[in-house]
Design a protein around this ligand. Structure first.
Ligand code: PBG
Length: 336
């Protein structure tokens, strides 16, 4: 015992609870379960799979493969998938008209998934124009500006065609002002009261979306023009709370923070402040970083991915959109 210590040294032994695995499990405050996972998937108009260079291990899926993925998700117990279309360049236009075509790729994919899985699997669709616009922006562009109100009208029509195809949750990711209230009103007027809105409420203008833009083929379209006039600056936190408050007041059922790991402070503040269902998106750049380091042998894939997801739970997230979802669900099942 060190000379300076009086009585028992140290008075408090924090390590006692950490000594055995059973004890660490017993005191665990946060847990990751398959119920926390949402699986984002990319789709293309065809069959089979297409590799995405900047997302090794994540492929674009054709109709046959998306049906297999959907039934795999059900078997693994993943509650929901989010479907992102890689629209053929020839269908991309300035006015993103393909977004409101009831027979567009994402609508046909949703119908195929629903035929396969019925109500066993939640299906989420992004509401935003970037997979359909020739300029790669989430909204309509007039004189170099992404115009708000005119875009919102198109987004409402987009949400309705997705809901009519069978989508359970529409997820506006466009960051236009007032779109949640407008979309809620449009869905209700179309008799789609039960379709949920998961708002990308606090979405940052982030460089971590790079591989996603390769995956949906919007990177080339977006040359030179960023999304900083509608997505939030990474310098902001209070503004994220303001965005969430507005979206909830307009009728969002759940909210999302995006990206994930660099924005854990936002996840925490949103959950603490609003106590509503809060999701976080571990985005494509985060997937790319973790999987690149793991494939170089610099990180242990399984341990670092599980740790990254547990961190979201600890910060307050109720669920995580992650490209690792199927892999993680398999690992979690092995640990049962
Ligand atoms: C489209 C959208 C993006 C992501 C989800 N929906 C890209 C963007 O805003 O440019 C990013 C997801 C990811 O990087 O994994 N509005």
């Amino acid at each position: 015992m060190p000379e300076f210590a009086r009585g028992a040294f140290p008075a408090t032994r924090m390590r006692r609870l950490r000594r055995f695995e059973w004890s660490r499990r017993l005191v665990a405050e946060s847990r990751l379960a398959v119920d926390d996972l949402i699986w984002p998937v990319f789709v293309f108009d065809g069959s089979g799979r297409e590799a995405i260079e900047s997302l090794p291990g994540v492929d674009r899926l054709g109709f046959d493969e998306i049906c297999r993925a959907a039934s795999t998700a059900c078997e693994l117990g993943i509650p929901a998938i989010a479907v992102f279309p890689a629209t053929a360049q020839a269908l991309k236009t300035d006015d993103a008209a393909e977004a409101v075509n009831p027979k567009n790729l994402v609508c046909r994919m949703v119908e195929a998934i629903k035929r396969e899985t019925g109500d066993s699997l939640g299906v989420i669709c992004d509401v935003a124009l970037d997979p359909y616009s020739s300029h790669g922006h989430d909204g309509l562009v007039r004189n170099g500006d992404v115009v708000n109100d005119e875009t919102v009208e198109v987004l409402c029509r987009q949400a309705i065609v997705q809901a009519e195809a069978g989508c359970d949750i529409v997820a506006p990711s466009d960051m236009m002002d007032g779109r949640i209230g407008a979309i809620r009103g449009a869905l209700d007027a179309a008799g789609k009261h039960d379709v949920q809105i998961m708002s990308y409420a606090a979405k940052y203008a982030s460089s971590f979306y790079g591989p996603f833009r390769d995956a949906v083929g919007s990177a080339a379209n977006l040359v030179g023009a960023g999304k900083k006039s509608y997505q939030q600056s990474p310098a902001q936190t209070d503004e994220a709370l303001h965005e969430v408050a507005l979206d909830l007041a307009e009728g969002a059922d759940s909210v999302m923070v995006k990206p994930g790991m660099p924005y854990l402070d936002i996840v925490h503040r949103v959950k603490q402040t609003f106590a509503v269902p809060t999701f976080v998106y571990q985005v494509s750049g985060e997937y790319a970083m973790l999987s690149a380091a793991a494939s170089n042998g610099w990180l242990d894939r399984r341990q670092s991915v599980l740790e990254s997801l547990l961190a979201f739970k600890r910060a307050g997230a109720d669920g995580v959109l992650t490209y690792f979802a199927a892999e993680v669900a398999t690992w979690l099942a092995e640990n049962q």
